[in-house]
Design a protein around this ligand. Structure first.
Ligand SMILES: [Zn+2]
Length: 193
């Protein structure tokens, strides 16, 4: 089922997620719905806050188009399984540590900010411990786009947004669009009372 994606200005996007404690059918269904929603919006990641839930839970799929090489390195539980075996991926209670501090600049977007893009500087290498929808513990290490996606999504789970660390010039350029989204959200929220 496709869910509504929350938009900038909705308080849920600034809410820190609660840990996942029940690894049941409902969680598996939520993962499926979030993946459907992410694909429907042509996204590569989606956090629980973006479907109006304050939880430590997100999904991602950064597979390159068929035949193309992935623009990142990764290991999953110490191995390199084909991406088709591990994606789409749902991450419950992810804990991120930086394993390569070198910085990389890349233009990011976010499904909660339609048509807003801007450069964000992030560390290159991350290690992410998380649980799957059955509660099994995994370790994912990643660089490049996958590492960046993990950082963007886990920021969401802690109420942080990409505009908080966006290049100042890009942020300035995008401010009219961001304000427009916020106004539309304010009007939407009025209809919800
Ligand atoms: Zn986002």
């Amino acid at each position: 089922m496709i869910l509504r994606v929350t938009q900038y200005g909705e308080p849920i996007l600034r809410t820190v997620g609660e840990p996942i404690t029940e690894f049941d059918d409902d969680l598996a269904q939520l993962a499926d719905d979030m993946v459907d929603t992410m694909y429907d919006e042509d996204g590569i990641g989606l956090a629980a806050q973006q479907v109006n839930l304050a939880l430590q839970f997100c999904v991602l799929d950064v597979r390159p188009p068929e035949g193309e090489k992935a623009p990142f390195e990764y290991s999953f539980d110490g191995k390199q399984p084909p991406l088709d075996l591990i994606m789409p991926m749902a991450l419950a209670n992810p804990k991120v540590t930086i394993i390569d501090q070198s910085e990389d600049i890349y233009e990011e977007g976010c499904l909660s900010f339609p048509d807003v893009r801007g450069r964000v500087t992030r560390p290159i290498g991350v290690r992410c411990e998380f649980q799957d929808t059955e509660g099994n513990l995994h370790v994912l290490e990643a660089t490049g786009l996958l590492g960046r996606c993990i950082l963007h999504e886990t920021d969401h789970l802690n109420g942080k947004l990409f505009i908080d660390t966006m290049n100042k010039r890009d942020l300035q350029r995008m401010t009219p669009r961001i304000k427009k989204i916020k106004r539309a959200t304010r009007d939407f929220l009025k209809t919800q009372i």
